[in-house]
Design a protein around this ligand. Structure first.
Ligand SMILES: [Zn+2]
Ligand SMILES: [Zn+2]
Length: 106
């Protein structure tokens, strides 16, 4: 078993979330984001979390607003085509029919 890196006496049953150093229950610092061996490790983890949050903030805005609109449009087109296909309607033939009706070449 590893020995606590802080007090160097007790058996380390926990590990720092940031540096993975072995720590005992007496020396551990508990935070909402995890357990740490030192304030330095808490700061490192917090800056890491903030960076991840910033990346998360910047990426989804572009992806969530633009790509689904195109995907939805394609899905709607495919769905319409499938519905027409299952109903036995030949869309291409109907469109040709409509064009010939409109242009007067029946
Ligand atoms: Zn300790
Ligand atoms: Zn640490």
């Amino acid at each position: 078993m590893s020995i606590c890196i802080k007090c160097l006496k007790k058996e380390a049953t926990l590990r720092c979330k940031m540096c993975h150093s072995p720590i005992c229950r007496n020396c551990v610092i508990s935070t909402p984001v995890g357990i740490f061996c030192s304030e330095l490790c808490i700061q490192k983890m917090q800056s890491h979390i903030e960076k991840v949050k910033e990346i998360d903030k910047n990426k989804p805005i572009i992806k969530r607003k633009r790509i689904p609109a195109i995907v939805k449009f394609i899905i709607v087109l495919i769905a319409l085509w499938l519905v027409a296909h299952f109903l036995g309607i030949d869309i291409v033939a109907r469109i040709k029919q409509l064009i010939s009706l409109l242009t007067g070449k029946v």
